[in-house]
Design a protein around this ligand. Structure first.
Ligand code: AMP
Length: 418
């Protein structure tokens, strides 16, 4: 299968070749034919699978074939995404796909001047990429209407639910054109999703590529068993071995991530951080620097990093393991994107043993041990959002029986998880 066979205009296929997209990825090969036929699509797929093009190309094809213009303050196609970063990234991809067409593509996200966004929506827009909260604000101010929105995409729908956008999603649906095509993409299908899917989708085709756990296939994974106190030195040691490669380091909390970034900066690394306490401008600059290579180490929390497409990240460090196992899969999905191989290195302290076990359940495999040995499993997990469990019964450093000298396994060793 190649893009020629999917029914796009010759101009669009030429554009794809220019962009270096030659063969459709599995999600594209499965979703595009249905989307081109006007069907609703429910896609179980993560970022990194090429899902932006899977919905973006049919959308641009449909809108440019109609040859109509949007009415003032109306929107022809709406894409909802959970975070500002993802919204911006989607818009950037769409602009790439639509290059040379007359389509207007607008982004409205929180943290930016609403008045400027109101101004931009005034003349109507072909494609609007929005975060749900800001869209509601704009709808309340009557800056935009969705009655003519006949194409809708919900991207990273599970993340929108995680972030509490359920009320916004309930509010938005009745405002859309009843006759429309809707595509929903999500990495996971939590229970609440059936309500959203039931409201938004009509007889959708279900498409599934790389269930969480399977997506990790291309990523070489390993875990170091290391005490909380030993993590920073180990990270520096790992990073030192690969100074010219880009590393994304995940922390659990905003403060912890900021502190770690500053320590890395002091240790001479070109480091930046993205998390909820950073302004939009700071986040954009950090990501841009990381893309350009002026920043080599980006410390991030889950919410800030989800959905961001940063090509060529060689290493993902799980400096602190996520308490939601699926987030591990999302995190390591930042590497090995678009078919590249990548490495994911996890640091597991005694009180994170249960997290590691949950992750391995989702992965359906054991993560290879790079150094140390599994801790005793009697240590309570860290408090949500806190800095770690109480030392009683293990905790920092772990009980004597589980305290082991940290091995000197080669950081970023290159064997795959079984
Ligand atoms: P996404 O899952 O949409 O975030 O896409 C992940 C990455 O895959 C992006 O950098 C895309 O440019 C890239 N990509 C998407 N489709 C293809 C394709 N057909 N061939 C090669 N790379 C692609």
């Amino acid at each position: 299968m190649d893009f020629d066979m999917l029914g796009f205009s010759p101009k669009m296929t030429a554009r794809l070749t220019e962009l270096g997209l030659e063969d459709p990825t599995p999600i594209q090969a499965q979703a595009i034919p249905h989307a081109m036929n006007g069907r609703d699509v429910m896609g179980l797929a993560q970022t990194g699978t090429g899902k932006t093009a899977a919905f973006g190309l049919p959308l641009i094809h449909a809108l440019s074939s109609e040859g109509t213009k949007p009415a003032p303050r109306s929107v022809r196609g709406l894409i909802l995404a959970p975070t500002r970063e993802l919204a911006n990234q989607i818009a950037e991809s769409l602009r790439g796909f639509a290059g040379g067409s007359h389509l207007t593509i607008t982004v409205v996200v929180g943290g930016m001047s609403i008045n400027r966004q109101i101004g931009r929506l005034e003349r109507g827009t072909d494609l609007l990429v929005a975060t749900p909260g800001r869209l509601i604000d704009l709808l309340d101010r009557k800056a935009v209407r969705l009655t003519e929105t006949r194409f809708l995409v919900l991207d990273e729908a599970d993340q929108m639910l995680d972030m509490g956008f359920i009320h916004a999603l309930r509010q938005i649906e009745p405002l859309l054109a009843k006759e429309r095509q809707t595509m929903l993409f999500s990495a996971t299908m939590p229970k609440l999703m059936s309500e959203i899917a039931g409201k938004y989708l009509k007889n959708p085709v279900r498409i599934e590529v790389a269930r969480p756990g399977q997506a990790a296939d291309k990523v070489e994974q390993e875990v170091h068993f290391v005490s909380k106190e030993g993590k920073q030195d180990l990270l520096v040691e790992c990073l030192n071995g690969h100074r010219e490669e880009r590393a994304l380091v995940f922390g659990r909390t905003k403060h912890g991530s900021e502190r770690l970034m500053k320590q890395l900066d002091r240790a001479g690394f070109k480091a930046a951080s993205i998390h909820g306490n950073k302004s939009q401008g700071q986040r954009d600059r950090a990501i841009q620097g990381f893309k350009e290579g002026t920043i080599k180490v980006l410390v991030a929390t889950d919410v800030a990093a989800r959905g961001i497409d940063i090509p060529g990240v060689e290493f993902v460090y799980n400096y602190e393991l996520p308490n939601v196992a699926e987030n591990y899969v999302h995190r390591i999905g930042r590497t090995a994107r678009a078919g590249r191989d990548g490495r994911a290195v996890a640091f597991c302290a005694p009180d994170e043993m249960s997290y590691l076990r949950d992750i391995e359940k989702v992965l359906k495999t054991k993560v290879e041990v790079a150094s140390g040995a599994p801790w005793a499993e009697d240590t309570p997990p860290p408090k949500q959002g806190g800095r770690g469990g109480k030392p009683g019964g293990g905790g920092r450093g772990g009980p004597a029986k589980s305290r082991r000298p940290r091995g000197r396994g080669k950081p970023g060793g290159n064997r795959r998880a079984a």
